[in-house]
Design a protein around this ligand. Structure first.
Ligand code: SF4
Ligand code: SF4
Ligand code: FES
Length: 194
């Protein structure tokens, strides 16, 4: 437990709303306070949930690492990145995997294989990264489905509760546009002769 809003492990339902307990001041709450464990994740006991297993599976599902065929050269000089782009990637990297956005998500509560906004944020982060060589089609295979961005209801409960104020709405909008475009391309590639 970091008590600084950076480990994500103290997330719980505080008066019906997912939030980080270490960031919540009782003086801002009514006299009666109700604490519940986060939904969606497997309950361990009391207020503890096993978010680790969920997040590991999510990161594997979205292949949350830089994909490149470049051979690794231990002696190569570090590659530089445009400062502005590095800042934009860092903005999305601030996610602490607390699970608040998942707990607040109507779709994740209804459907256990739904990826959730945190996964969309991860994908958006790698799409921005010039070192990741995945194509639009490869991203489409991961997220262009009902478990992914096409299952999202778009009501943005996720963004409302994110304690790190990650710009989830922007990432969801970007993914929806890009994957919508990819699905049209897929459709036409099936209809058109080779
Ligand atoms: S906008 Fe999508 S990801 Fe966010 S809470 Fe709604 S269904 Fe879940
Ligand atoms: S996107 Fe926000 S709410 Fe969701 S896991 Fe990351 S920090 Fe928590
Ligand atoms: S204790 Fe680490 S985020 Fe609250």
């Amino acid at each position: 437990m970091c008590r600084a809003g950076i480990c994500g492990s103290c997330a719980m339902m505080i008066n019906g709303r997912p939030d980080l307990a270490c960031h919540t001041k009782t003086k801002n709450l009514p006299d009666e306070i109700t604490l519940m464990p986060l939904p969606v994740f497997k309950l361990i006991g009391d207020l503890s949930v096993d978010s680790g297993t969920w997040f590991r599976a999510m990161n594997e599902k979205v292949q949350s690492w830089v994909h490149t065929d470049k051979p690794f050269d231990v002696n190569a000089e570090e590659e530089t990145m445009d400062n502005q782009l590095a800042e934009e990637i860092y903005e999305l990297e601030r996610c602490v995997e607390c699970g608040c956005c998942v707990a607040a998500c109507g779709k994740a509560n209804m459907r256990e294989d739904f990826m959730g906004a945190v996964a969309f944020n991860r994908i958006a982060r790698f799409m921005m990264d010039p070192r990741d060589e995945r194509t639009g089609t490869e991203y489409f295979e991961v997220v262009g489905n009902e478990e992914g961005i096409f299952g999202c209801l778009g009501l943005l409960g996720c963004e409302d509760v994110c304690p790190k104020e990650i710009p989830l709405q922007d990432q969801l909008g970007m993914l929806r546009r890009k994957m919508g475009w990819q699905s049209i391309r897929h459709l036409f590639s099936r209809l058109l002769p080779d």
